[in-house]
Design a protein around this ligand. Structure first.
Ligand SMILES: Nc1nc2c(c(=O)[nH]1)N=C([C@H](O)[C@H](O)COP(=O)(O)OP(=O)(O)OP(=O)(O)O)CN2
Length: 128
């Protein structure tokens, strides 16, 4: 199995409106380091999983929809608590819209809150 991973980061503001989150119920900032990984059985005709430039551009495009924004005010996130876990899935699902998923077994996204805490989502792709 081959994988290709690219990394970027994004600065946002958000609140987590649930008593569970204590002080993080208030509006606060976060800078997430984001890794996206595409997985496939074999390599393409060029000997790659996916062109690194194309992967980097796709990730930057998705993160650009969140960058420097208050996530509480982003219409497409309305009604969601934007935890690290939720955002990792949201990014993975947007990446599949950006890069043809046909050759891949999965797309995984990891969001790192800080060097000691992160969450990931693996989107398995139906290649039937
Ligand atoms: N599983 C998750 N737990 C928490 C998330 C999250 O996205 N997923 N997010 C937060 C806050 O947004 C923030 O990142 C940390 O807030 P903080 O109050 O410092 O929370 P901690 O759990 O790190 O520390 P406490 O001892 O609970 O205050 C929080 N958790």
């Amino acid at each position: 199995m081959h994988t290709l991973t690219v990394r970027d980061h994004v600065m946002v503001a958000h609140s987590l409106p649930d008593e569970f989150f204590g002080p993080a119920q208030a509006l606060h900032g976060a800078t997430y380091v984001v890794e996206a990984t595409w997985e496939r059985d074999g390599l393409d005709a060029h000997g790659v999983v996916l062109d690194i430039g194309a992967a980097t551009e796709a990730l930057a495009g998705v993160l650009g929809r969140l960058a420097y924004r208050n996530l509480d005010e982003v219409p497409e996130l309305a009604g969601h608590v934007t935890t690290t876990e939720f955002l990792s899935r949201w990014v993975a699902e947007r990446l599949v819209e950006q890069v043809d998923p046909a050759p891949f077994r999965s797309v995984s996204v990891t969001l790192r809150e800080h060097p000691d805490a992160w969450a990931s989502y693996r989107l398995d792709l139906d290649r039937a």
